[in-house]
Design a protein around this ligand. Structure first.
Ligand code: SF4
Ligand code: SF4
Length: 368
């Protein structure tokens, strides 16, 4: 069978139904509090039908359109990061034993299989970075690994870019190329489904689909091209490590010091940021303790608190650390930049700091 099939819009519910029949909890994008987020999905009507987004530095607005499309928006407030690297979780618990010893229990529980509909190319690229970090080292993270292995991913090729998107500059989108089971191209009349794994194909075979016409393929290709052409933000020619490291004394860091609020929004929405902190929460009677992991941000002064000293006490130092690591030294560590061009840090920065603009200034000349 050709791995591409057409699913008319009025039969889109059958995809959710088949995933449920195959034993998956289904998750998809939905509007909550004026933003698009991922949540449990049972009905097609829950998807953001006829919703588009307007994004700019420090600005995110949803708008109604006449379209019947479900994915006619660029990126939501969060990627799928919270579903694999959760914001706060207990890793283990301990308790005092009557004889004076301590017992430890891990808190790993069974994870149900989850199918996520609507994963974008940039978010798949970020997931691949997290897989590398959490699963491929000498000590794979059990919590992350278990959740990650339970995922069935249904990607969507982007046919519309926000003004803040720059995945063409990082090479990660707008077309989803790998890392998924199924991919959708949304047309006005329905969806081209393309299976990339055996289990993806099994789902497609259960549905009543049609052959894909040449015209539908052309429409899908044109949509992806349109999304690419809508992007205007660029990055300085790389690699950026040397340029950023040699710009360590650049006066522009002071400008950023004066603008940045150190709120950490950029790291919370970034699909590749994975800094974390660990705390032990002890019961009042001192008999039990829970070891908790939670998201941390390098914009938090305490993040660089070592041996009684906050190493990056100035906001400019923290911003410099974030930008230089993300776009420069990350390359040395992981073999690629830590940015997938989703643009979220630009949209969700309350003062509209724009990484592409800041990099252009910082990399223009290396000396202050
Ligand atoms: S640095 Fe900004 S644009 Fe790049 S992946 Fe993170 S949030 Fe997206
Ligand atoms: S760059 Fe923007 S989002 Fe990030 S910490 Fe500073 S003010 Fe907050």
């Amino acid at each position: 069978m050709n791995r591409q099939r057409f699913l008319p819009r009025e039969r889109f519910q059958s995809l959710i139904d088949q995933l449920k029949a195959a034993g998956y909890d289904v998750v998809g994008p939905q509007v909550r509090d004026h933003a698009i987020v991922f949540d449990a999905l049972t009905k097609v009507e829950q998807l953001p039908i006829g919703i588009t987004d307007e994004q700019a530095p420090g600005r995110y607005r949803l708008e109604k359109s006449e379209s019947r499309r479900c994915f006619d928006w660029a990126t939501g407030a969060q990627a799928i990061k919270p579903m694999t690297f959760v914001a706060r979780e207990t890793l283990w618990q301990s308790e005092r034993l009557p004889g004076g010893g301590i017992s430890f229990h891990d808190t790993l529980t069974e994870t149900r299989p989850v199918a996520i509909i609507g994963v974008r190319a940039c978010d798949l690229a970020a997931l691949s970075i997290h897989d590398h970090h959490f699963m491929r080292g000498a000590h794979p993270d059990p919590q992350y690994s278990q959740r990650r292995q339970s995922l069935f991913l249904i990607a969507v090729h982007c046919m519309r870019s926000a003004a803040t998107c720059f995945c063409t500059a990082t090479g990660d989108g707008p077309q989803a190329r790998s890392g998924y089971d199924l991919v959708l191209s949304e047309l006005d009349t329905g969806f081209i489904l393309e299976a990339h794994t055996g289990r993806g194909l099994d789902i497609v075979l259960q549905m009543e689909t049609e052959a894909v016409t040449a015209e539908q393929t052309e429409q899908a290709d044109a949509g992806i091209l349109r999304a690419a052409r809508q992007q205007h933000r660029t990055l300085p020619a790389g690699p950026l490590q040397e340029k950023l490291v040699s710009a360590v004394e650049h006066p522009h860091w002071q400008t950023l010091n004066d603008r940045c609020l150190s709120c950490g929004n950029c790291t919370a929405v970034c699909p590749t940021c994975f800094c974390q902190t660990h705390v032990d929460e002890i019961s009042l009677d001192g008999q039990q303790a829970s070891h908790v992991r939670q998201w941390e941000s390098c914009f938090n002064p305490d993040h660089s608190h070592i041996h009684g000293i906050v190493i990056r006490s100035e906001r400019s130092h923290r911003y410099r650390q974030w930008l230089t690591h993300k776009f420069g030294t990350w390359e040395e560590q992981f073999g690629r930049s830590g940015c997938v061009g989703c643009g979220r840090c630009i949209t969700w920065c309350p003062v509209g700091i724009d990484v592409t603009g800041e990099l252009a200034v910082l990399c223009k000349r290396n000396e202050p």
